[in-house]
Design a protein around this ligand. Structure first.
Ligand code: NCD
Length: 330
């Protein structure tokens, strides 16, 4: 019998470190992102069929643990797992033992007793997903931790841009608004730069973290700068993260007058994105949100296939050969 050690190096499956978790965009390199976006595209094709369920993750268990409000992220993770035939459990902090004061460590240990394959977690504290990795054998996916990271949002945004504009490399994206409190902004800056786009952050000085240029993006306090971008990415004013009493902006009305994204501030054909939930009439004018150049609904649709790709990737990649074809229901 042939000795495996005798196989020449170039015939072995590509050596690729297995990614155990998805905690930050910093966990990914460009090849990882390309592979995830290509997998998402295969799933999008598979979902065009009448029967939308794929057997790929049959018998796997995915826990969604949400300590913060969520509509899009939690629903798309749940549907993504179901479309792939996994068993899912969704736990929200309200109505669970978290309300009785159970610590994150104890909740993680409790849920791990069911041997889940993946724990998806959203938590108001930075580093909570990292902490969960210490108490579980499951793969952990960060669905948003404080103002730190939201990697699957950035991936679905990349996917949306690639599908709509045909590329990411070489594009110019302006990210506008409350960067200071936004995990979406942090993940998106990293992800867009990784994929070769250039990024300009636009907003009032009080809402742009000092020194953020070190990431490789530009900063301007001039709203007219959005006119130069291919894509204008509008951020929500994160009122819940602004400490009471601190005045980041004189008033929301003032903010809207100075920084609101209105049709007058855009060129025809510029694409507009927003992660949701939107404060219509605050950071984004309703005419912009509903215009033909708005990709906002498209982003929600991308969320499903990109999260399917993330779950699939974590559960099927390893140091051995990788199935490239998405298996369909017989
Ligand atoms: C974002 C979030 O929760 O970080 N929303 C989302 O996941 N779609 C952005 C936000 O809340 O503004």
């Amino acid at each position: 019998m042939a000795d495996i050690r005798a196989v020449p190096d170039d015939l072995r499956p590509p050596a690729r470190p297995a990614r155990r978790h998805l905690l930050s965009i910093g966990d990914l390199d460009r090849d990882d992102v390309d592979r995830l976006l290509a997998t998402a595209q295969s799933f999008a094709k598979a979902l065009e069929r009448e029967v939308k369920k794929l057997p790929t993750l049959r018998g796997r268990t995915i826990v969604n643990l949400f300590y913060e409000a969520s509509t899009r992220t939690s629903s798309s993770f749940e549907l993504a797992a179901k479309r792939l035939s996994a068993d899912t459990m969704s736990i929200k902090s309200s109505g669970s033992s978290v309300e009785k004061g159970e610590s994150l460590k104890d909740t993680a240990l409790t849920l791990s007793a069911y041997d889940p394959d993946v724990i998806v977690i959203r938590h108001p504290q930075i580093g909570a997903p990292q902490l969960v990795t210490r108490y579980t054998d499951a793969h952990v996916v960060n669905a948003g931790d404080g103002k730190h990271q939201h990697p699957t949002q950035a991936l679905l945004d990349l996917y949306t841009i690639q599908e709509e504009l045909g590329r990411i490399d070489g594009l110019h994206v302006a990210i506008v608004g409350d960067v200071l409190h936004s995990r979406v902004a942090r993940s998106n800056v990293q992800a867009l730069l990784l994929m070769g786009a250039s990024v300009t952050l636009v907003g009032p000085p009080s809402l742009i973290p000092r020194g953020i240029e070190a990431l490789g993006c530009e900063v301007t306090y001039d709203i007219d700068a959005i006119g130069a971008a291919d894509v204008v990415y509008v951020l929500r004013m994160q009122k819940e993260r602004m400490e009471a009493g601190s005045a980041y902006v004189p008033s929301l009305r003032e903010y809207t007058a100075q920084w609101g994204v209105t049709p007058e501030r855009l060129r025809p054909g510029q694409k507009v994105m927003h992660p949701g939930p939107m404060n219509r009439g605050v950071e984004i004018d309703a005419r912009v949100a509903d215009s033909v150049d708005s990709l906002i609904e498209r982003q929600v649709r991308s969320g499903l296939v990109v999260r399917m790709a993330v779950l699939y990737d974590l559960l099927t990649h390893g140091p051995v050969a990788v199935p490239t074809q998405v298996q369909e229901v017989a």
